[in-house]
Design a binder for this molecule. Structure first.
Ligand code: PLP
Length: 460
């Protein structure tokens, strides 16, 4: 492509407020086979929707098991989405120029939300449906703090209380995420805490425990179960979360159509799978309908490679084994990943829906190491200006590699990615990278084998 064509192309493609999607897209009815059901942890029998009723309001449970292709977004949710949606689609022209590539790189920027990531796309409807059901208080866990702050913002919109258990290590290292949650009215506890049985048990063994996501989940679930008017919310993994995130892809479809381009490659980062799903599900619908044929690629960190190295089998969603058994790519429910800085990608499993679709060969996956990811994040920041959160840098690294390959072939490949959050609360991680202190953890063969030995055996 000539430099003139790049100069003439739009830098950012914006939509009107009236173009905020009216419906979320449910991919399940379009799949060649439905995903396997969740099982009761004790009996190993499929569980019905009512098993989830103590934790979630019925509107969300119905979305979790829905076979409707489209679910209408309530006006009260669209009103809050309008605070930052539609989010911009950018053409990364300055990055393309720097790479001297004929490829076109587009990124959908979700860092414009109040909490700075894609997570409010689901936090807002989750808070709305709970408030509508008369729930007075939500509980949740947060690791790096992105989910906790998204839900704190959302609960403030509908006047319900929120209690957050934040993993102790990140509570200490990222104090401003907790400040943000408190500003929106939430109560934040360092986890393990002495407020729950689960927390007290851990503290009795180790008063200085740094905590883990699994422990924080156990505390938040226990607190929700203990109170009639309290429910629990989860920020990734579940079908209804992936559903809510499809506003990303629906908007991106409209925006790309305005440029006249169709994607040749869609690439996203996967922790629990929600931002990747939100971006690619609507494009997959078009692909299955024969309207486009993009390659679709999930990228995960080498230190926590659930899709590329995990086994596809039933496992628990949490460390304590309190959740239903879900069939997913797992590294073992008590596997504790090395402390990479992309905290949002440190989950032992993968969304069961994404796992099922991976088995159906509907997309590809690969793993990238931490220093390569940060190098890509720095290149992105120095050309496009936005400092990415550590999580999306794995996808940016893959996008840059693909664009560089086009330099050799001359292919004007159209690459689309989601920049799912900014990194303003992660600057210590960038400092560690500049100081040469980031470690590329090798694939933790022994730790994963050990964790897999405790995954329950379920007869098919
Ligand atoms: C939480 C988070 C992730 C990981 O979650 P997914 O469900 O895989 O999207 C990735 N990026 C950011 C910025 C996050 O906040």
């Amino acid at each position: 492509m000539s430099a003139t064509a790049r100069d003439d192309a739009a830098t950012k493609i914006l939509l009107d407020e009236s173009e905020i999607p009216t419906h979320w897209y449910n991919v399940i009815p379009d799949l060649p086979a439905p995903p396997p059901p969740p099982l009761h942890p004790g009996t190993h029998e499929p569980i019905g929707p009512e098993a989830l009723a103590p934790l979630f309001p019925m509107a969300l449970i119905l979305q979790e098991v829905s076979s409707d292709s489209y679910i209408e977004i309530p006006q009260e949710v669209r009103d809050v989405y309008a605070l930052w949606r539609p989010s911009p689609l950018y053409r990364a022209k300055r990055l393309e120029e720097h790479l001297d590539t004929p490829a076109k790189i587009y990124f959908k920027y979700e860092g414009v939300s109040p909490a700075g990531s894609h997570k409010p796309n689901t936090a807002v409807p989750q808070a709305f449906y709970n408030a509508a059901a008369g729930v007075k208080r939500l509980t949740t866990e947060t690791g790096a703090g992105q989910w906790g702050s998204a839900l704190a913002f959302a609960c403030a919109q509908y006047g319900i209380d929120l209690e957050v258990w934040q993993v102790a290590a990140s509570f200490l290292q990222k104090p401003y995420r907790a400040s943000m949650m408190r500003t929106w009215g939430a109560t934040v506890h360092s986890s393990p805490s002495d407020l729950t049985e689960a927390g007290r048990a851990i503290l009795a063994q180790n008063p200085d425990s740094p905590g883990s996501l699994g422990i924080a989940i156990s505390e938040a679930v226990e607190a929700a179960m203990a109170d009639e008017e309290t429910k629990y919310a989860l920020g990734s993994v579940l079908n209804h979360v992936l559903l809510h995130q499809t506003v990303i892809g629906e908007e991106a479809l409209l925006q790309l159509a305005k440029t006249g381009d169709t994607p040749d490659l869609i690439v996203g980062c996967t922790g629990g799978g929600s931002n990747f799903a939100g971006l690619f599900f609507p494009f997959l619908r078009e692909k299955l309908a024969g309207k486009m044929d993009p390659q679709i690629l999930a990228v995960e960190p080498e230190a926590c490679p659930s899709l590329t190295k995990g086994e596809y089998r039933y496992d628990f969603g949490d460390v304590a084994g309190m959740t239903p058994l879900m069939k997913m790519h797992t590294l073992g429910h008590d596997f504790v990943p090395d402390p990479i800085h992309a905290g949002g990608l440190r989950y032992h499993g993968m969304s069961p829906l994404i796992s099922h679709m991976y088995e159906l060969d509907l997309f590809e996956a690969e793993a990238i190491n931490q220093t390569a990811s940060f190098a890509a994040g720095v290149t992105f920041a120095r050309t496009q200006g936005i400092v990415p959160a550590p999580e999306p840098t794995v996808a940016i690294a893959a996008a840059i590699r693909e664009a560089e390959a086009c330099r050799e072939t001359g292919e004007e490949k159209v690459i689309l990615t989601a920049l799912c959050g900014h990194g303003h609360f992660d600057m210590a991680a960038y400092d560690a990278y500049f100081a040469g202190e980031l470690t590329d953890y090798a694939y933790p063969t022994d730790k994963i084998a050990d964790a897999m030995s405790r995954v329950p055996v379920v007869d098919a």
